[in-house]
Design a protein around this ligand. Structure first.
Ligand code: PHE
Length: 450
């Protein structure tokens, strides 16, 4: 049984901590969600507020989770329990959230795989009007079997990485997939920048117009920062439990935050010039990537190549995130229920795959199954993003800021005194006062109090 800290695997190379954590952070949240949320909320002003949220809220929280993970060398539940047994519920919140998020994340990842295939077969290039792309998407997600097959394929791809273990699976896949992601993203950005008429899109995205900003813009930016950085779901706790003793947690958190933000910004650079070059409103919502973009690509030379590459990018980004969500649950089952890692991985794959199947079918044949008026897919999204994440984040701040033994915190942040002790005060002030207040506001807003 490998649940004692000394027997636990750690990551290898110097960059590995940054790469695996960035793999988790960079995902559909950056490339699919960020551009449409920014588009809906005024572009440049949203970007500015988003960056502030990332720095003031995301970064301290990520560091807090890294601390919990590496101080305990355990899965999310075991980690909180080891540090203070009364707080293990926070670990359960994370594991459950990871399980539920994985359920619908597999489905959206499956759509991206489906769209890559459609792009490669030329199906996307045959249609022309926006209405046709809309019909195509609606028909696809309602189809009772095709999205299921793709959801299953993504679940199996994720499983195959997890089954190889932390070093050979998670770490190695991040080392291949993350550089690939950057190459593809940069190629697409250059392509977008060269589009005629794209300058207007860049102005929309980079020039802030604060007259558009409302309190809800701030709250939306916060929620996006949270989801995008993968915090308060147990992923960063779990990954940090594999970090080496000499990994600098502060640098790692800073680098991951910068990479995640860079990818979101580049995704904006890819999407907005394209959107503006054909005169489409940037605020077309979640369908931006599946309905608007294929139409845009279609008008370009080599459209099939660009749209296939774009969906490949989405799949790569999605996979490194599904892997991290899977690992949260697998590590928990392995260490807390004492299943072999193999059995734990299969249990996770089959159960999240089943949840994904139900979520996928809830777009069509199971659409009648609703909770408070939301279908299963939307319920999973709502419950995790609007309730479990803000509550988990809030409690994590309170735990690390107020409860956690200062010696432990200090030892983790300075690697037992070998690193200088700067930023400690600022970190504590953010964690103890600033973050909890802001998170409480987000949470209340999500419940519709304001
Ligand atoms: N951060 C990922 C994204 O942006 C989503 C994710 C959330 C992954 C929580 C793991 C944990 O797509």
């Amino acid at each position: 049984m490998k649940h004692h800290s000394h027997a636990r695997v750690t990551l290898g190379g110097k960059l590995s901590a940054v790469l695996v954590a960035a793999g988790s952070s960079v995902g559909l949240g950056n490339i699919w969600r960020f551009p449409y949320v920014a588009g809906d909320n005024g572009g440049g002003a949203f970007l500015a507020i988003y960056i502030l949220c990332v720095l003031l809220l995301g970064l301290p929280l990520m560091l807090a989770e890294f601390t919990v993970g590496r101080a305990s060398h355990r899965n999310a539940v075991g980690a909180f329990r080891a540090l203070d047994s009364r707080w293990s519920f926070l670990g359960y919140n994370g594991v459950l959230a990871a399980f539920l998020i994985l359920g619908f994340y597999l489905v959206v990842s499956g759509w991206t795989a489906g769209y890559m295939v459609r792009s490669l077969t030329g199906e996307l290039a045959r249609l022309f009007s926006a209405a046709e792309y809309e019909a195509l998407f609606a028909e696809f997600i309602r189809d009772p079997w095709r999205p299921l097959v793709y959801t299953g394929l993504i679940a199996l791809a994720t499983h195959s990485v997890i089954a190889l273990g932390v070093r050979k699976g998670i770490e190695r896949s991040a080392k291949v997939l993350m550089p690939l992601l950057f190459v593809v993203l940069i190629a697409l950005s250059v392509h977008s920048l060269l589009l005629p008429g794209g300058g207007e899109g860049l102005r929309f995205f980079f020039r802030p117009d604060f007259s558009q900003v409302t309190p809800s813009t701030v709250l939306v930016a916060l929620g996006q920062a949270f989801f995008s950085l993968s915090i308060s779901i147990g992923t960063m706790v779990t990954y940090a439990s594999y970090f080496k003793p000499d990994t600098d947690l502060r640098h790692t958190a800073l680098n991951v935050t910068i990479l995640d933000t860079l990818v979101a910004v580049l995704a904006g650079v890819v999407v907005f010039p394209a959107v503006f070059s054909v005169g489409i409103a940037p605020s077309s919502g979640p369908s931006l990537v599946f309905i608007t973009l294929p139409g845009i690509f279609n008008g370009m030379p080599l459209s099939m190549v660009w749209s296939s590459v774009f969906f490949l990018l989405l799949i790569v980004a999605a996979l490194t995130s599904t892997i991290s969500l899977h690992e949260v649950v697998t590590a928990y089952l392995h260490e807390e229920w004492h299943l072999s890692r193999r059995a734990a991985a299969w249990t996770t794959t089959l159960s999240t795959g089943a949840l994904g199947a139900v979520a996928s079918l809830s777009m069509g044949v199971l659409g009648g199954w609703t909770i408070c008026g939301l279908n299963i897919f939307d319920s999973l999204d709502y419950l995790t993003a609007n309730i479990m994440l803000p509550v988990g984040g809030l409690l994590t701040c309170l735990f690390v800021g107020w409860r956690l033994d200062r010696q432990v915190l200090r030892a983790q942040l300075t690697n037992d005194g070998t690193l200088p002790f700067r930023i400690y005060r600022l970190f504590l002030v953010l964690l103890r006062y600033f973050c909890p207040v802001i998170l409480l506001l987000v949470f209340l807003d999500n419940l519709g109090v304001f």
